[in-house]
Design a protein. Sequence first.
Lengths: 340, 340
Amino acid sequence: MADVARLAGVAISTVSRALANPGRVNEKTRAKINAAARQLGYTPNAMARGLRVGKSNIIMIILPGSLYYGASQVIPQVLQSINKSLIQGGYNLMIANLDRDEISERHILDLAFGGSVRGAIILSSKLPEVDGRSLANSGLPIVSMLLDMSDAGLQSVVTNDREAVRDVTAELIRLGHRRFFYLAGPEGNYHDVERYGGVLEALEAAGLSEDSVHRSGGHLDYQHGFDIGVQAADDFAELTEKPTAVIATSDDMAISFVSRIQRTGLSIPGDVSVVSFDGSPVCEFCSPPLSTIKQPVEEMGRAAVDLLLDAIDQRQNTAAVRTVIRSSLILRESIAAPKN
Amino acid sequence: MADVARLAGVAISTVSRALANPGRVNEKTRAKINAAARQLGYTPNAMARGLRVGKSNIIMIILPGSLYYGASQVIPQVLQSINKSLIQGGYNLMIANLDRDEISERHILDLAFGGSVRGAIILSSKLPEVDGRSLANSGLPIVSMLLDMSDAGLQSVVTNDREAVRDVTAELIRLGHRRFFYLAGPEGNYHDVERYGGVLEALEAAGLSEDSVHRSGGHLDYQHGFDIGVQAADDFAELTEKPTAVIATSDDMAISFVSRIQRTGLSIPGDVSVVSFDGSPVCEFCSPPLSTIKQPVEEMGRAAVDLLLDAIDQRQNTAAVRTVIRSSLILRESIAAPKN
DNA sequence: CAGCTTATAGCAAACGTTTGCCAAAAACCG
DNA sequence: CGGTTTTTGGCAAACGTTTGCTATAAGCTG
């Protein structure tokens, strides 16, 4: 910067202002300074600036470590959409993994308390906390996404899991289905609770008992989507009185489940109707094409970023703590009325 | 830090050394300092440290912007594996997108020249360069992954695309196939060149002419994997003399292609054999299960990180500039001998 | 215990910016 | 043209670390 100042024949402070604080310096000197900077190939040092102003321009996204985002269909899309929105706001995206070990917790806390990041978007239900330091009172703006953590006081961007599942279940009931097979993700997980809750609500509304749904899975996380479906197919084969409709909590498990039970001679939707959650593109090309509840991940990502930047800029977050973006059912051939 | 020093009854410099430079300070005072730090909930400021030592602990991964990594099957896995390796080395991963516009190029250059990042892993064939600043001579250690950029002097970690495709083509020829359908990704792209080259090599080795392969696609990038397959199926339907074997350059396009031509009454592998590239898990659950060439993305990610950290630590990179990690063919039911 | 070596602690100067405050220059006004 | 306001530029002090150098304390040796 000193070099630029010398070349342009001005003081260092003027250069700083010309580059960062437009308006504060004469248009003419500013042009001169820009020219000098370009000529010297000068780029301001981000860390020096960050140190001085006490702010970083990095946002971290905290991903649950167990969630293998190569396999899960939604995480990559979330990353993409968040990153895109952040860049437009002049921020950069850093990835942080929150595993079950203390190491990763400490790592994230160091990032937060060490001034490295300016805000966080969290996709995990656990807030890192160790040795008295806790993400919650790091002073860092945080917004939760996918999971509702408004109880913990976090702005949360979620979809209407419960309602969407309730509606699709109701639709299946309307078609005549009475026996259901529910394919669970990690048990007790927010999504599992909400989605299963949606099933139960629909049953109750139709005057059906809770016994009309058989629960399978629940002891693996979404990382093992395909495995869950495979195991569930075995589970399904054991049942004497077969359910006629399957509700899966992710596309992956639906796909492997369908593949396996077709192999046992069952046809879809002839013998069994199937619907799943996520809305991944591949569903369209399965045989039969799978009905799926499409999560609006792009919109959710955008919304999360908007909320976060608002919080950073201290704009009053008059908005609700919980932002819901509705899922939409994509109806395909995997659903039909039961045989008789 | 001053507070910690005061509480521990030592000088600031001693605190610094105790925290960063172990060994240089007495074990006893160090314990005292650690205790004080914990009690005060002190975390060293990363930017101040970075400024002082002139180094950041952030690595950026440069992704081609057009590549929609929610859709492409391999990018998420790459991210996962790279991040995991980096964390073990004490580094953080930042995502940077390289689009076709100058904005994103400038953005990346600012990151590189502004001291924000310590090294880069690049998955794009274009090195940002604008206004005389160029990533190539930023002094930043860079390694290329997936694409061979050893010509540009970059350490490159790739798989043996050409060889793998050549081998599988040869195998198809051995089974009796003589007419091929090649499903291209972005034309001129490194992967396209290599993989198509592999096909041609196998044909030549078997004494078959280049006319025995029909090329389809090539005008969309991998982002539109499914679309490519759909269009290719239309293309396929036009052909009077149908090929008996299809070689697709990504799983996505294979999946949509298969779905569509099955709909026209063709059976796989009865009428057409199909093999694709990537090795995504979903292939196992297609009907029929798809043969695919599995890219060793995890190993490639690890290797790329190893090379990068070596370069950062100035360890002599006596190793070859080009690191090849072999793909492996996963043979499933989508391949058989042609009908007659 | 004096004289030496070695381990440990402290001082203060960087690192490259931004910014509050003041001075100088320019513009405006009567 | 003198006086007043506004614009623009410069000085120097931060921001929170690390680290070369020096001073002190501790440990050893004869």
